[in-house]
Write a protein that binds this ligand. Sequence first.
Ligand code: FE
Length: 509
Amino acid sequence: MLKKIIAFGLVFFVSFFSYAEIKEITILHTNDLHSHLLPHIETWISDSREVGGFANLATLVKQHKLSNPNTLYIDAGDYFSGPYVSTLTKGKAVINSMNYLGLDAACIGNHEFDHGWDNMLEQMEEATFPILNGNIFFEGTDQLVWDNPYTIIEKGGLRIGVIGLHGKFAFYDTINFQMTKGIEARDEEEYLRKYIDELKPLTDLIILSIHQGMPGRQSSIGMTDVERNLYKDILLAKNVPGLDIIISGHAHQGTEKAIISNGTIIVSTNAYTTELGKLQIKYDTEKRKIISHSNELITVFDDEIVDDADMLREITFWEKEVDKIASRPVTSTTEKMVRAYGKESNMGNLFADAIEAFDERIDFAVINSGALRQDIVPGMITKGDLISAFPFPNTVVMTKLKGFQIIKIFNHAAGMTNGILQVSKNVKYSFTPGAQVHEIWIKGNLIDNNAVYWVAAPNFVTQGGDGYWEFQNAIEYIDSGVIIVDAVENFLDGRANYVPKYEGRVLIK
Ligand code: FE
């Protein structure tokens, strides 16, 4: 008994007088979920094993939170737009499913605006987890569009401030301008400083969830690429002191190892629910800082994880809701249709050809590579497949341009900042990636600088999206109001089958 009293006294003495404590916190993170409610094949991971899906993610998050209660889960935006369930419900299915993910906070990404900012607000109202943004305002006012710049979460006795921001450049670079009329993004750096100042006295740790940087592309391997793609985050951390962690979205670029910039830990995952990021930190309460960390990207293999039952019920509900439209057969194909960012793709050819055929005045059509989001597998092609392939409600626009303007447009494509242009059968071009376009042939003839051509493209591109500003100087501009997917459906309708093709339309020099 005496021994017990002495031992108890000793423990009490030690814990009373030594207030330095090491807290272990796990921060689960994702970004660019892009409405991948269901597991799917990502060929860069495996040709046969499905990955991702919200029901698998939900299970993983639950398991981690059970094994360490000092776990929080933060997402860095772009949950809308991907498989058709998002487009057909304007994101409602995604937000309602996210309510079962176990999220502690999420910021807003550019694709949350795909159906307009007013729709974004309507859908966000249904979220039962905190959604954060502190730098998108109603034009010319100090009124935040979504008035929730940060939140404070208590975990393991630590007060953790989480700020949500959207990169200003990414906002104007990647959102269809029609969808952001009346609202504006302001400098993320300025607002980050402001919120850090406000949060510093109230918190032990500050995390930024931000959507910015290089627009999403398929993941590339190697640290040089990672650092290039997350350069905006690296710079932001360098310029703004007082930030402990950045969880970044937009680049679709996983950080196997966290990047450190000015003492800030930067992490991100590859897109489409393929990975759950797991950042573990040790925080010294006396030094008031993180003393060590490790990051891991857990691949979400469907065959290794049991679906979360609540999530599965929610997903099944939404899939049923949209099934009538999504399962409508259009035509069939015996070959797979794939997408490419830096070269010709047979899916790009289909979409561009369909737009070219939209109106007989059109000389040729182009589409941005980034508009194509999901491959189409051999078999029946449904309306849902087409929507998943091109999930944006873009319309067909016809523009009258001079040859030299078209050259400018193709030079921007060749620069590869946002991927090349996929083109219709009437056009062929050669280019050097990252540099410039060499030759452009239209209907077999070299382009004439001063001749006038009718060029059709999605309204996202013709409004200057992905940096294609030259369309704004068109001599004539006609927005048909017809949704791209409907034009493609119309193009394919009535055909027993469609044969995807490669024709050497895009030549790399
Ligand atoms: Fe994205």
